[in-house]
Ligand binder design. Structure first.
Ligand code: SF4
Length: 297
């Protein structure tokens, strides 16, 4: 029987792998827009992801952070959930994606060709919600997805570097929520002080295709570009996404509209960071308030 938290999320479009687990699939706004022939997500622009063929999922909704800027709710715990096996999760993905998108088949904006492509997804973004490294079989799940022909993006808060080390996704994302420990503790309200561990995860990024995600929250972490630059310089990461916080979802209970930087503010701050390390601005998407930095080779 689905736990009460999952029931609440079910009404928001979450498709759960099993009634006693919080592993779930939920197509994002851009997947649906792209399916209807509209705009694609900025990861299509930056990395070539086919948005309408992308599965947004998570193996668990549990998280060890309570970030102020997170769109998701923390008001729900998932007591005693069962961990699905990688086979169970990967086996259910096509059905759940089909179920989530089935209503679009009749839309005049959805061509038969795009609809059939959407039902054979090519990309899995492990970024829906929760912290995926808390799922004990994550390395095996990613290996199985790769064997099944999916390209994978792993988005993690970096608090468990020993798991990141064993994961081999197409692209690894580590979130850098603040320029220093004190603001990290204030903004992410972690279960424990994981600042050193996040640093350790970031130090792994030079040996793989990788990106660091910086979510700028006006007035909370939009200072000390030199400190961000020093962390990026040592990281060796290929890409850095400097992205503006969006006043959406449950974050509106914790922050205000004034905490949302405009694209010009995001661009200016990204420029201040790039000016202090071996990265340069190579692309941007004003609609998603994101600026891409790439490491100078
Ligand atoms: S890559 Fe992310 S934003 Fe783009 S379609 Fe997939 S889940 Fe959505």
């Amino acid at each position: 029987m689905l736990s009460p938290p999952c029931k609440a999320l079910r009404s928001q479009g979450y498709q759960f792998v099993a009634p006693d687990s919080s592993a779930a699939v939920k197509p994002c706004l851009w997947c649906k827009r792209s399916l209807r022939g509209g705009e694609k997500c900025y990861k299509h622009q930056f990395y070539g992801v086919e948005s309408h063929r992308c599965v947004q999922m998570t193996p668990t909704l549990r998280c060890n952070h309570r970030c102020l800027f997170c769109w998701r709710s923390f008001e729900h715990e998932y007591p005693g959930e069962r961990e699905c096996t990688p086979d169970e999760i990967v086996g259910r993905i096509p059905d759940l994606q089909k179920r989530a998108l089935s209503g679009y088949k009749v839309s005049p904006y959805v061509t038969a060709e795009r609809f059939s492509e959407a039902l054979t997804p090519k990309h899995v973004a492990i970024s829906l919600s929760g912290e995926p490294t808390l799922y004990p079989h994550l390395p095996e799940l990613i290996d199985l997805l790769t064997r099944e022909g999916y390209s994978t993006f792993l988005v993690s808060n970096g608090t468990r570097p020993w798991v990141i080390r064993r994961c081999k996704p197409f692209q690894t994302y580590i979130s850098l929520p603040a320029p220093d420990r004190d603001s990290y503790l204030r903004i992410c309200r972690p279960e424990d002080d994981y600042w050193e561990l996040i640093g350790e995860s970031i130090s792994l990024l030079g040996t793989r295709r990788s990106a660091i995600r910086i979510t700028l929250v006006q007035g909370l972490n939009t200072f000390a570009p030199e400190k961000y630059a020093a962390i990026l310089q040592d990281s060796g990461a290929h890409f850095v996404e400097v992205k503006g916080y969006m006043y959406l979802g449950y974050s509106r209970k914790r922050l205000g509209r004034e905490n949302m930087p405009g694209h010009e503010e995001v661009r200016a701050f990204a420029g201040r960071i790039a000016g202090r390390c071996d990265y340069r601005i190579t692309d941007e998407n004003p609609g998603s308030r994101v600026v891409l930095l790439e490491r100078n080779v």
